[in-house]
Design a protein around this ligand. Structure first.
Ligand code: GYE
Length: 326
């Protein structure tokens, strides 16, 4: 028997659009998966310096440019706030967590929690000390030890290797404070007539930099100071104010070397009040999200990415100033 299945033309007319709709639903689902916004939780140190403001702006604007859902949290320079923020990112189930650790130690437990939740972590700008290097995927930021070395070489050049140095240290326990001091002191061993005669933290802020400089200037051996080394420009700018109020000529009576390269430092160099700034680039947004997107796509990334930077003195200040982006 010859069995023929004949589809009634009306049934065909009904079935075809259904197949078409089903197909459309499928492509829509695929599109939604492809267009799903990448969700990134970022815990920032705070708003303590010009450097930090530029860093935050770079991160926020780059996330917006790329259509990334950025959950941004400001820790106001407190580690406990940062740990809370990271826990909340884990609870929200973000795709990637990035943060700039206030200090180096104490993050191990919360990083274990992120690992358990399967959320990759990226360190931005500052490093942590952990026993298990798998607790973060990569660290993007400057070589702070090298910045410290550059600052010390600048002091040697300015003073012919004869310096009684007052040091304004960054936030106690933070990677840049620890590493900048380390690099600076390493170079001091080459110069027997260069020594640190006072050292105290100004927490990377202008107000604290001023306050500590005032205290330095009141100490019994204040008149011996011929150099100020500040771990960032903001503290140096605060110290400049303290010197001026005490009738001391910043940049002349006391030579000043600091780190960051923010606009305020270039202005002070132009005015002859600051001698040298060692650059530390805060514009990490593009590099950071390149790494984050790769990690989200399961591509491999290097464990350490170093940003490029230079050293500037007064002779370059006027020309460089209009080109500065931060
Ligand atoms: O030098 C300072 C900021 O971590 C590199 O933090 C950063 C430092 C920067 O407060 O100005």
């Amino acid at each position: 028997m010859n069995l023929k299945i004949i589809l009634h033309p009306r049934a065909l007319a009904l079935a075809l659009p259904l197949v078409f709709i089903a197909g459309q639903i499928q492509t829509k689902a695929a599109d939604a998966a492809a267009n799903k916004k990448l969700v990134v939780g970022f815990s920032q140190v705070g708003a303590e310096s010009g450097w930090r403001t530029a860093n935050t702006e770079s991160i926020k604007s780059e996330a917006e440019k790329r259509g990334i859902d950025l959950r941004f949290s400001d820790a106001q320079q407190k580690q406990e706030n940062q740990i809370k923020a990271i826990r909340s990112f884990i609870a929200q189930g973000v795709d990637v967590i990035a943060f700039s650790p206030v200090v180096e130690t104490g993050f191990e437990p919360v990083l274990q929690e992120a690992k358990k939740a399967g959320i990759p972590v990226v360190l931005s700008d500052r490093a942590v000390k952990v026993s298990d290097p798998d607790l973060y995927v990569t660290f993007l930021g400057s070589d702070f030890v090298e910045e410290g070395r550059r600052a010390a070489e600048a002091v040697a050049k300015l003073t012919g290797g004869k310096a009684n140095i007052a040091e304004l240290v960054g936030t106690v326990g933070s990677a840049p404070a620890i590493d900048r001091k380390k690099g600076f002191e390493e170079v001091l061993t080459k110069y027997p007539d260069m020594k640190i005669i006072m050292s105290q933290s100004g927490d990377f802020t202008r107000a604290k930099g001023k306050e500590v400089m005032e205290a330095f200037l009141k100490s019994p051996n204040a008149k011996d100071i011929n150099v100020l080394f500040a771990h960032n420009d903001d503290m140096a700018l605060g110290a400049i104010q303290a010197m001026e109020e005490a009738g001391i000529k910043p940049g002349v009576d006391i030579k000043i070397v600091s780190i960051d390269g923010v606009r305020g430092a270039f202005e002070a160099m132009k005015d002859g009040k600051l001698n040298v700034t060692v650059e530390c680039n805060p514009l990490l947004g593009p590099q950071l999200f390149d790494l984050i997107e790769k990690i989200a796509n399961k591509e491999s990334v290097p464990k350490r990415v170093v940003s490029q930077e230079g050293v500037y003195d007064q002779s370059q200040a006027a020309e460089e100033l209009p080109k500065r982006q931060y």
